[in-house]
Design a protein. Structure first.
Length: 295
């Protein structure tokens, strides 16, 4: 129902690319250009500065983007509310989740949600926690799910699931054969950890700080971009990883990995919903309730 010209402008403005906008909206690039020119003609302004192959928003473009975000959000709310009168759930839900949640928590929930509510269009981006927060601030997603460090006062965080990070090694690894090591031994163990910006590494740093330890005092061999890459690395290395217990169910059952306790050190955290301050869209509230019921 919403003016497609606004959708075209919004996509170009967020991507700063006519090509990406045409791919995102499944229309030709000349069609995108036509919609932008119609808006520029309507308001008698230039919306984009064109510098070779790059574009940027003009002052008028920035003003239109601010209004466009609100207008498109209201259109989504209108569509949802009107269909709800007939007990139909229709709308769009743009999710972002940090890697652990996206890979190990959400798949069964999203499968059930899309089966029960097939007229709600769901999209999901999978990236680290800081990128999720950035996406919320840029209004490219409606709801984020991150690994429990409350960083930005402009965002609202709500825990929905308790999680534990555990030190883990391959079963044949010589580290911690007794099942436990001391803090002093832990400082010497070669470690492979998640990358900077990940909620997992933030949670590890918080737990270390409680013991007056810093990452710089540990023997970190490598930082990797996903839990799966850490698990793959550990299969071929006598190193230790610290990953979510949620991600280890299969390996622990198969006996390919084992957990090593570190005396006096535990890594606890919460998975959290994160959203912009203010009233959430009805589709967001509906999904949050659904996920909590499923868990």
């Amino acid at each position: 129902m919403s003016d497609f010209r606004l959708k075209a402008f919004y996509s170009v403005a967020k991507n700063l690319s006519f090509t990406k906008a045409s791919q995102e909206l499944f229309v030709s690039q000349p069609a995108i250009t036509k919609h932008i020119r119609e808006l520029e003609s309507l308001y008698q302004v230039r919306l984009f500065n064109r510098m070779g192959n790059k574009i940027s928003l003009t002052e008028a473009g920035t003003v239109l983007l601010e209004h466009c975000e609100r207008i498109l959000a209201e259109y989504r709310r209108l569509e949802y509310d009107m269909h709800l009168l007939n007990k139909e759930y229709v709308g769009e839900l743009r999710l972002g989740a940090s890697t652990t949640i996206a890979q190990y928590v959400l798949p069964p929930v999203l499968a059930r949600f899309t089966e029960k509510y097939p007229k709600i269009t769901v999209s999901l981006i999978d990236t680290n926690s800081r990128n999720i927060e950035t996406a919320l601030q840029q209004h490219t997603i409606d709801l984020g799910m991150v690994e429990g460090v409350f960083r930005l006062p402009s965002l609202k965080y709500e825990p929905f699931l308790c999680d534990e990070l555990v030190p883990v090694v391959a079963t044949d690894c010589p580290i911690g054969q007794s099942g436990e090591i001391s803090l002093e031994e832990f400082k010497q163990v070669p470690l492979v950890l998640r990358e900077r910006g990940s909620g997992t590494l933030d949670a590890i740093e918080l737990a270390l700080a409680e013991q007056h330890l810093k990452l710089s005092s540990l023997n970190v061999r490598m930082y990797l971009g996903s839990t799966e890459s850490i698990k793959s690395f550990l299969r071929y290395s006598h190193s230790m990883g610290i990953v979510s217990i949620t991600a280890l169910a299969k390996e622990l059952k198969e006996g390919s990995f084992r957990i090593v306790d570190i005396a006096g050190l535990q890594f606890k955290r919460h998975f959290c919903f994160v959203s912009a301050q203010g009233q959430e869209a009805e589709t967001v509230v509906h999904f949050m309730r659904f996920l909590q019921q499923q868990l």
